[in-house]
Design a protein around this ligand. Sequence first.
Ligand SMILES: Cc1cc2nc3c(=O)[nH]c(=O)nc-3n(C[C@H](O)[C@H](O)[C@H](O)COP(=O)(O)O)c2cc1C
Ligand code: SF4
Length: 497
Amino acid sequence: MKYVKPAFYLFLVGNILLALAVELRYPQLAWLFLLTGPLLILGLWDLFQAKNSILRNYPILGHFRYLAESIAPEIQQYFIERHTDGTPISRNHRNLVNARANGESPTQPFGTELDVYSKHYSGIVHSAYPAEPLEEAPRIVFGNHQCSQPYSASLYNISAMSYGSLGDTAIKALSLGAKDGNFSLNTGEGSLTEHHLHGGCDIVWQIGTGYFGCRHDDGSFNSDAFVERAKKPEVKMIELKISQGAKPGHGGILPASKNSQEIADIRMVEPGTTVYSPPGHKEFHDAAGLLKFLRRLRSLSEGKPVGFKLCLGSKREFEEICEEMNRLEIYPDFITVDGGEGGTGAAPLEYSDSVGIPMRPALAFIHEELSRRGLRDKIRLIASGKVVTAFDVLRTLALGADTCNAARAFMLSLGCIQAQRCDTNECPSGVATTNPKYTRGLVVEQKRHRVTAFHEKTLEAVLELSAACGVADPRNITPDLLVHGTQWEGFADTTAG
Ligand SMILES: Cc1cc2nc3c(=O)[nH]c(=O)nc-3n(C[C@H](O)[C@H](O)[C@H](O)COP(=O)(O)O)c2cc1C
Ligand code: SF4
């Protein structure tokens, strides 16, 4: 690499000699500048620009480093990754979603690739007396005695993803797929849009700290706008977002470049401006305030089920919410527990990597806490955080959830290839982008069937696996059926090569 700069100077001198030769004797060689000219301009620009030291030190060649870096994820995914590798979702699981979305019931040849002796291994105990699988997955009724419009939900539904983080074609395909498969679609905090309503599926309308779609100009809650949307028949439940696993305690930013007239109208903000949603809610600042606000939302929506989504942080804060529920006698209809492993369109690395309790311990704690205080029968639990396979669903139910939500698995069913460019508006599969150049690649009429098939095949597998454990109804699966590699750590083979 130390010869790059001298080589460039030689190239420069070569070009000067070429220019002299063309000028004095060989004008027919002028076409050579078509090849060398652009490189020369690029090299000179690299050499004199002040922003990038690699390019200043390694003119022209430095660009190859950035080119290689930009395609490293693809090289890793296509040529290096093993079946059990790949984050956030392993290749095996991505292939599983893809096969189920194609309507297949995939099989695995030659045995597991997992290290079943690893302490990270987890599984479930089958029975010598398998049950007869249910023909149809059970539905779960949401809405306690304080709710007047209960909703009967699927065991597996689409988690919150806003229009803006996903494109219009992706949301339309999800909406149509959910309608055909009779499950629900959560709007995400970006509010309810025509795209969500496109297929006529059941909708969970999420309200975040920005109160998008139900806000005044100063960012406070607008009850009239809320009522207008909440009364739509497709809206079956209202979810208030306190926090999400990928960025708990962090608000969102809608950059001015993404804030088109359409998005601004939907979210009730000024178009072309950068919009910040604050980390916390303006309408309440403590547990009592949260519960009173939920009661207000339930009353404004004429008794639809209301609940809140959180990634567990301080356990003490959650205990306070439970204490206040009993004191005020206000019972949310559901709580959505999102794990720290959750996904997002874009989040600061520190928040994704280091903030928020993972889903499984959070769910177990919340289930236990509600049960201990006599609240569990009034409140349904939804859980999300990499619930991709039938085993994931069963394990989540065993740990206390009534239903599961999935975001990235449904993105994979739409054709996401885990290129992890969701924050650039240049998603190659047209899923996480609003740029028509890419969204046109996602054909709604084709993808809607993949969404339905993925859901259907996953629930089929849930019923089958549950029956293999001797439990016909997956709602009755219990945590004692779960096993962990830590239980047989002493048997691990440490000598094999
Ligand atoms: C592209 C994208 C956008 C998301 N937008 C929201 C959102 O608006 N509100 C929210 O509560 N969660 C949002 N999430 C988080 C998901 O709803 C979900 O809780 C999380 O990704 C865990 O589920 P998963 O592991 O199945 O992806 C988003 C996730 C993704 C991948
Ligand atoms: S394919 Fe699109 S949606 Fe999937 S990870 Fe990449 S950028 Fe995100």
